[in-house]
Design a protein around this ligand. Structure first.
Ligand SMILES: Cc1ncc(COP(=O)(O)O)c(C=O)c1O
Length: 342
């Protein structure tokens, strides 16, 4: 099967499997897993932060950051379409005990004037802002330019409010923007990034930031049951992910653009190819608003051995990754021409 539902479907490579089988391990509860320690050091270095912590998932890393930065009853300002807001099961209210204050962020860019209006100090009636969250690459497929992050960082500094970056796909953003991941991460105090998506590791994310923040996050990871023992088995794949995979993401982006270009030529498909910055192709196809039609489209792809998701909020999302080569991208285009035929 060709699976373009997400880059989270990527299984580990042969090299990762070998490294996992032979990984040196120890009890990470004692700080004695050498492979985890190597991965964490690498994660800190690559993002230009003082320290990093291995966590089970991206959601865990984001929510651990919020739990560590935010006092209960405080407020987090973030984009209304971002992953923390929309896809983390309302965890901010449950774990950090903070309330979210979303703002419209077209293209993943937090508009500074709206942001400035939302920030507030704690008083008798209102919770104070304890954190601002950014996301890059944005999960709607946009790489947010550094120039759009800079004013957010400036205002956060003026207010002395920390900034957390959901960088689940920070390496995709870096590849799309032609910058280093550390240049993006420099705009935030803490950053979470995933090893398990475009980077192909089977599981795990890293949370990076200042040393004392990571020390506190380590305690809170334990509190949440996220302290692992011989996690070097997983970290071994993560080290390969970090060393070898960021540089190949441009290939996924190229194939996504190829698919987007061909979709744009199909009558009825609504797509803005220049907005497809990373490995994700978002588009709509109005006839698929009818559920039976959407089902039929999915079946045509399935008959071509291609797995796609049903449209969400009226939008399809096709995602390229390590296991989608030129041949597979060509087959996706062919199936799309058949499935979206008027
Ligand atoms: C932008 C973003 N942040 C966080 C996550 C959460 O990662 P995980 O699925 O590992 O919890 C995702 C998952 O796709 C994501 O797209």
């Amino acid at each position: 099967m060709i699976d373009i539902r997400s880059d989270t479907v990527t299984g580990p490579t042969e090299g990762m499997r070998k490294a996992m089988a032979g990984a040196a391990v120890g009890d990470d509860g004692y700080g004695e897993d050498p492979t985890v320690n190597t991965l964490e050091a690498l994660g800190a270095e690559i993002t230009g932060k003082e320290a990093a912590l291995f966590v089970p998932s991206g959601t865990f890393g984001n929510q651990l950051a919020l739990f560590t930065w935010c006092k209960r009853g405080s407020e987090v300002v973030l984009g209304e379409e971002c992953h923390i807001m929309r896809h983390e099961a309302g965890a901010t209210a449950v774990i950090a005990g903070a309330q979210t204050r979303p703002i419209g962020a077209p293209g993943g860019v937090l508009p500074v004037s709206a942001l400035a209006e939302r920030l507030r100090r704690r008083d008798l009636h209102g919770p104070g802002t304890s954190l601002i969250c950014l996301e890059n690459a944005h999960s709607l497929g946009r790489a947010v330019p550094l120039a759009a992050l800079e004013p957010v960082r400036r205002i956060a500094r003026e207010w002395d409010i920390p900034l957390h970056l959901d960088g689940a796909r920070i390496f995709n953003a870096a590849a799309a923007l032609h910058v280093e991941a550390a240049q993006i991460a420099a705009h935030a105090d803490s950053v979470m990034f995933c090893l398990s998506k475009g980077l192909c590791a089977p599981a795990g994310s890293l949370l990076a930031g200042p040393k004392d923040f990571i020390q506190e996050a380590r305690m809170r990871r334990k509190l949440l049951g996220g302290g692992m023992r011989q996690a070097g088995i997983l970290a071994a794949a993560g080290i390969i992910a970090l060393k070898d995979f960021p540089n190949r993401l441009v290939e996924d982006h190229r194939r996504a653009r190829y698919i987007a270009g061909h979709l744009a030529a199909i009558p009825g498909v609504v797509i803005t190819p220049e907005e497809q910055n990373i490995n994700m192709v978002f588009f709509s196809y109005p006839p698929a608003q009818d559920q039976a039609a959407a089902q039929k489209i999915q079946e045509v792809f399935a008959q071509n051995s291609i797995r796609i998701n049903a449209p969400q909020d009226g939008r399809y999302r096709f995602v390229t990754h390590y296991w989608i080569g030129d041949r597979e991208a060509g087959l996706v285009v062919k199936a799309a021409q058949e499935a979206f035929a008027p």
